[in-house]
Ligand binder design. Structure first.
Ligand code: ADP
Ligand code: ADP
Length: 222
């Protein structure tokens, strides 16, 4: 499902060169739920951003769902990202002056051929999956952290992505809310077969996934 071959990422400023990823070869199968772990600065976010086509590697190739995306142009890449991928961040990244329902609908706004009523219907279905139907008219700042993250998950799944990329999705949550969020992800993986890649610092959360990939200094170590 995800194949990274010889991926290198170098950040260059006038004076400093940082090798964030050093010749990474990594495959993730369809339907897998994997955790990526490692100390701060080892390249986890960079890896996730490259898998999510939010950032491009300095060298190497990426194939997603059998397609060599490294050669795609910007427009094709944006379409591919919108159709196939869902993103979840540690700090939710919700828009505070949009209602829960409007936040969840956002990814479908840029998709051709989806009417307003279809969008609404799918947003309500996504909110039901995360157990937040009763909060659809609320605004993000009226919700707890765990509820905000569930809204973000609903937004990530509204387009039926094949892959969900989650960067520390439970990092800002207490253990009870973290547990709710991980259970929703486990359920999406199990019932919809969604492939999930999750960066986490939390061994307890990581142990619930099928495989832990450990990074150190820009390289996989297991
Ligand atoms: P992690 O997510 O594991 O904490 P990152 O992928 O954020 O690690 O960072 C990997 C390395 O790349 C670190 O040394 C970090 O300082 C550096 N880095 C990340 N983003 C940038 C950037 N935009 N410019 C320069 N260096 C960066
Ligand atoms: P954190 O809370 O540790 O910053 P997030 O999960 O919120 O992490 O962010 C995920 C990714 O999005 C990171 O690679 C981060 O650099 C990027 N990011 C976070 N906030 C912003 C922002 N306001 N503008 C641009 N990029 C951001």
């Amino acid at each position: 499902m995800i194949q990274l071959s010889n991926i290198e990422k170098v950040y260059r400023t006038k004076t400093i060169e940082t090798i964030a990823l050093n010749k990474v070869n990594l495959g993730i199968n369809k339907g897998e739920f994997v955790a990526i772990m490692g100390p701060s600065g080892c390249g986890k976010s960079t890896l996730l951003n490259i898998m999510g086509l939010l950032d491009s590697p300095t060298a190497g190739t990426i194939s997603l769902d059998g397609q060599a995306v490294t050669s795609f142009g910007d427009k094709k890449l944006a379409n591919f990202r919108n159709k196939k991928l869902g993103f979840i961040f540690q700090s939710y990244h919700l828009i505070n002056d949009l209602s829960v329902l409007d936040n969840v609908e956002l990814p479908l706004l840029y998709r051709d051929g989806v009417s307003g009523s279809e969008r609404r219907k799918r947003a309500m279905e996504a909110l039901e999956k995360v157990g937040l139907s009763a909060r659809m008219k609320h605004y993000p700042n009226q919700l707890s952290g765990g509820q905000r993250q569930r809204v973000a998950i609903a937004r990530a799944i509204i387009g039926d992505p094949e892959i969900i990329l989650a960067d520390e999705p439970t990092g800002n949550l207490d253990s009870v809310m973290g547990e709710e969020v991980i259970n929703i992800l486990l359920n999406l993986n199990k019932t919809d077969g969604t492939t999930i890649v999750m960066v986490t610092h939390d061994e307890h959360m990581a142990n619930k996934t099928q495989r832990i990939i450990r990074f150190f200094d820009g390289q996989q170590v297991n």
